[in-house]
Design a protein around this ligand. Structure first.
Ligand code: UD1
Length: 366
């Protein structure tokens, strides 16, 4: 029996590639016993199970099966179902990653029970409170005991917010551990052949932020840019369930289908998606993590948001912001197609060794 039980929380797709290397490293520790809780915020096979299989994540010890709902109800359900889990397991700490509803909901429960909270990816801020994730980040960090930011700007944010330096541990970017570990499998993916794509001669698109897809005006502005860009270069679009739902609700299905060089597909697994972006001419996205992955691959990225909580991907990486401004998206895409894009570098500590740094910190401070 290892002395320190840690409940590791995962709920939604972007959590799975972050917990995988942490669990694998923790299993090798003499002190730390990982117990995996899946809240069920994401539940579709393509949004969840695929990642468990590909990334060799053990079956969850506890499944809360909350499913989709309004934010308040989803958070409430997670809290209600997580509280008895804390009572039963009496963990030494809980470890949360990222900024999804599950991250915040489980943190609140732990804080009320005086269980220590470890937050991996602490301190990143978009300063945009209309983003649900920004609220999740602020609330989670405000009650976290052990803050593990991915970059120096995130450390600065935490210090400015009054966190004690001794509670902050700069560990690097955990997503990049998985990205680097998975290179062999990513390179084996047959996704390019499957869609008849030629490396560098296509674009990858992802779109799911409520501000882009739940707002018909903004959604149409982005589609107008896509209509122009797809005349120049094919665009592959693995489509998120939220986005598919909104296309149907807004009656945009026929228009989207009329864009003959916009290739729609279901959400892809980690290896196929990794191959797709790593061989893209460029990437259009409103995701957080993809801004980081393109920076590591050195692939130009146009982010379809007004702001980012990951400014290092602009300052050092290959990312630029375009919001949902049709002209700006087209202009930036043109620049890339003409070969005009900035040089980028991989930020400090995005080196594949973040999980081992996390374990080292936890073994010494818990
Ligand atoms: C959530 C996270 C977001 C993250 C994204 C990645 C929050 C606030 N948002 O957003 O930060 O970038 O995950 O995917 O935590 N649905 C399915 N199957 C699923 C999951 C969802 O069909 O497995 C549909 C449901 O109709 C649901 C909608 O997608 O209502 C949105 O799902 P939800 O988990 O609320 O938010 P995401 O947009 O996925």
């Amino acid at each position: 029996m290892k002395p320190h039980k840690i409940l590791i929380i995962a709920g939604a797709r972007p959590n799975f590639m972050k917990i995988a290397p942490i669990i694998h490293a923790m299993r090798l520790s003499d002190k730390l016993e990982p117990i995996l809780v899946h809240t069920g915020q994401h539940y579709d096979v393509l949004m969840s199970d695929t990642f468990f299989k590909e990334l060799n994540i053990p079956q969850p010890d506890i499944s809360l099966e909350v499913g989709s709902d309004t934010h308040a109800r989803q958070v409430a359900k997670i809290m209600e179902r997580f509280e008895p889990v804390c009572d039963e397991y009496q963990p030494m700490a809980i470890l949360v990653v990222g900024d999804v509803n599950s991250t915040m909901a489980c943190s609140i429960v732990a804080a009320k029970k005086d269980i220590r909270i470890i937050h991996v990816e602490a301190g990143i801020r978009s300063r945009d409170r209309s983003m649900p994730e920004e609220i999740n980040r602020m609330v989670t960090d405000s009650i976290t005991d052990i803050l593990m930011p991915p970059s120096r700007d995130a450390v600065e944010n935490l210090l400015t917010e009054g966190h004690k330096p001794e509670s902050i541990f700069l560990v690097g970017n955990i997503m990049i551990d998985t990205l680097l570990d998975s290179q062999e499998m990513i390179k084996k993916s047959g996704i390019l052949d499957q869609f008849g794509l030629v490396a560098k001669k296509y674009v990858t698109l992802t779109l799911h932020r409520p501000s882009n897809v739940d707002n018909i005006e903004n959604f149409k502005k982005i589609l107008a840019a896509l209509a122009v860009i797809q005349n120049e270069i094919p665009i592959v679009f693995p489509i998120h369930p939220r986005t598919r739902k909104m296309i149907n609700e807004f009656g945009l299905g026929d228009y989207v289908a009329s864009l003959s060089n916009l290739i729609l597909t279901d959400p892809l697994g980690y290896f196929d998606f990794g191959r797709l972006i790593s061989e893209s001419g460029f990437v259009l996205t409103d995701s957080g993590g993809i801004q980081e992955e393109t920076t590591v691959y050195g692939i130009p990225c146009i982010t379809l948001r007004e702001n980012t909580e990951r400014p290092i991907t602009i300052l050092e990486g290959s990312n630029e912001l375009a919001g949902c401004d049709t002209e700006k998206i087209i202009l930036l895409a043109d620049e890339i197609l003409k070969g005009n894009w900035k040089e980028s570098r991989i930020p400090e500590l995005w080196d594949g060794n973040t999980a081992s740094r996390i374990i080292k910190v936890l073994e010494s401070v818990l």
